[in-house]
Structures are given as C-alpha cells and as structure tokens.
Design a protein around this ligand. Structure first.
Ligand code: FE2
Length: 199
C-alpha cells in the first residue's frame, strides 16, 4: 500500500497535496481498482474534511442545472477531480459512470437513489451523505444512481474523483419512467482550471 499522505496545509496547499497523493496512488496501484478505492477514500476524506480550499469560481451554482467543474485531470487521464455544485433542490437524471469514482461532500449534503442494471427504473436503495462523508461507485460495486441536493434552500458541493477524464467519457442516462438508456458525455462547466501551485 502506498504510504498515507497527511493533507495538513490549508488553501491551495490542500488541493496540491491531494493531487500529488492521488497521482502517487494511481502510479503504485497500476490499475488495481480496489486498491485505488481503498487508498483514495482516506485521501478524499482528508480533502473534504476542511472547507477552505475550493476557489469561489468553482463553487458557483447555476440557477437551473447542477454544475460540474474540472479541478484537475491527470496528464495520462487516469483520474480527474471535479467539484459538483448543486443549487437548491437540484438533482441529476439517473446515470452511470462506467469507471470507478469517489464522492466526498464538502458543503451541505446530498441524497442518492441507487439502481441496478436489471432493476431500472426502480431504486434498490437510498443513502444520504453529509459533509465530510465519502462514498464509492464503480461498475463492479454498482455505479447507477440519481443524486440530489439534500437541501431545498441552499447550495451543496461535493468533490468527486473518477478513474478517467470523466467529462469526456461516453456513458448513459436512464429514463425515469422506463429505464431506457441514452448516451451522454457530461463535459465541464469551466474553460480554465484553478491554480493549486500558488502559495
Ligand atoms: Fe454520479
């Protein structure tokens, strides 16, 4: 196992330390998903434990739709880091990911309905993630869900790590009435990236 990285500094240092630690982890794990999820979970928990590092530009909600901002993409596209910003009451369609993912709540809370491919469009479970909590998805352990801001009156923000350049991945949304799949590529809301390398 890769040595644990303590994310102790504040502001951009926290994001920088996470990127370095995650890069070391995917290097060492050589594609072993279970090892990446086990090692990445405490790293992401450390990142979302303190809400002092996400630049305001990547925490802005849209009045109508949730937003996904890219914060960092590994140069080899082995992982990407995004901020998911929920306006009050916003939610995703039912969707899959096709790659591993880790979800950590930085601000507010989110609720997820969980689905299995054979059970669509009926949920098989629900969970609520509060600030500081981390969950995992992957095709191996289940990666179809519908996620909502748990609050109708304020913004929630979660930080996600995915095992690819997630904005460019071909995946699926599922019709809420029939479960029928439709292809989609999420893209990103931002044209520029935060600078975690400044002091
Ligand atoms: Fe998702």
């Amino acid at each position: 196992m890769n040595e644990p990285i303590q994310v102790a500094e504040s502001g951009p240092h926290r994001l920088r330390a996470f990127i370095a630690a995650m890069t070391r982890l995917v290097d060492a794990a050589e594609g072993d998903e279970a090892r990446i999820l086990a090692g990445g979970r405490p790293l992401l928990a450390g990142l979302v434990a303190v809400d002092d590092w996400l630049p305001e530009a990547y925490a802005q909600p849209d009045p109508v739709h949730y937003r996904q901002y890219l914060l960092h993409c590994d140069p080899l596209e082995r992982f990407s880091l995004v901020s998911f910003v929920w306006g009050p009451g916003q939610r995703t369609p039912i969707h899959d990911h096709t790659v591993w993912g880790l979800i950590g709540v930085l601000r507010g809370a989110e609720e997820a309905e969980l689905f299995t491919p054979g059970g669509l469009p009926h949920p098989t479970g629900r969970e609520r993630l509060e600030a500081g909590m981390v969950d995992a998805v992957s095709p191996r352990i289940g990666d179809i869900h519908r996620v909502s801001n748990a609050y109708a009156d304020r913004v929630s923000i979660s930080i996600h790590v995915y095992g690819a350049n997630i904005g460019a991945v071909s995946r699926h949304v599922f019709d809420a009435a029939t479960g029928a799949p439709k292809g989609f590529v999420s893209g990103y809301a931002n044209e520029t990236l935060p600078n975690p390398w400044r002091n």
